[in-house]
Design a protein around this ligand. Sequence first.
Ligand SMILES: Nc1ncnc2c1ncn2[C@@H]1O[C@H](COP(=O)(O)OP(=O)(O)OP(=O)(O)O)[C@@H](O)[C@H]1O
Length: 241
Amino acid sequence: MNTFGLTIDQVSKEINGKTIVHPFSMNIEPGQVVALCGGNGAGKSTILRMLVGILPPTSGTIQLNGLNWNDNRVEYLQEIGYMPDHFTFSAGLTAKETLEFYASLRNRTPGEADRLLKMVGLHEVRNKRVSQFSKGMQQRLLFAQAILAKPALVVLDEPTNGLDPYWMDAFVDLVREVKLAGQSVLFTTHQLQVADAVADRAIFLMNGKIVRDGSIKEYQQQYGAIGLYGAFSELVNQAKA
Ligand SMILES: Nc1ncnc2c1ncn2[C@@H]1O[C@H](COP(=O)(O)OP(=O)(O)OP(=O)(O)O)[C@@H](O)[C@H]1O
């Protein structure tokens, strides 16, 4: 068996006796970019929170580059960068201080933090307090800390939420750079055009179940120009029928 990449085997999540995520299995190869799509409450964030070690799965196993979620926990988590959907930065710190703090946690140099600030376009405002940042600027800083340590898997929860069109395009370029470095990316999104632009593959989730998993090319071949929108509409209509 190939031990590189992410391997999820029959993972599920129950909370207070309710099944939030039904058992599912999937692999993500090194350098693959995968979008996890679906409506509100489908279970997307819950899946990400299990992968990044915040929530324990109720059943199943997760491995990343041969490292097991349970047995090799410290090493496993070192291979993951995570951008949560909601996060409050320490209000008193500047962007530079914030990223340097994360760099020190990950045994990276302050120079690495500086490079990332340039990459996400925050270098000019690096000495500004993060509490004065707009939502989009905070999103860019969160993205920078997620990719800082060059993890094998970058997990992003609604990364383009709050970004203006310019930064939306910049995000696509940044993810392509991460991909070129051989890192895998898994991100959730409601913005199917972002998935269309940057992902190799899109997975649709409904009521905690994977209802479709395919390459972007497959969706384009089936639905033409409307691509993922076509797939999503069809899945919603099937669920209503
Ligand atoms: N700690 C919890 N306790 C109880 N229910 C929870 C908990 N966390 C999530 N849920 C429920 O699990 C379901 C899936 O939530 P989740 O946040 O994973 O969805 P999502 O697909 O990320 O939604 P959105 O697109 O709105 O962010 C929802 O019905 C939510 O209410």
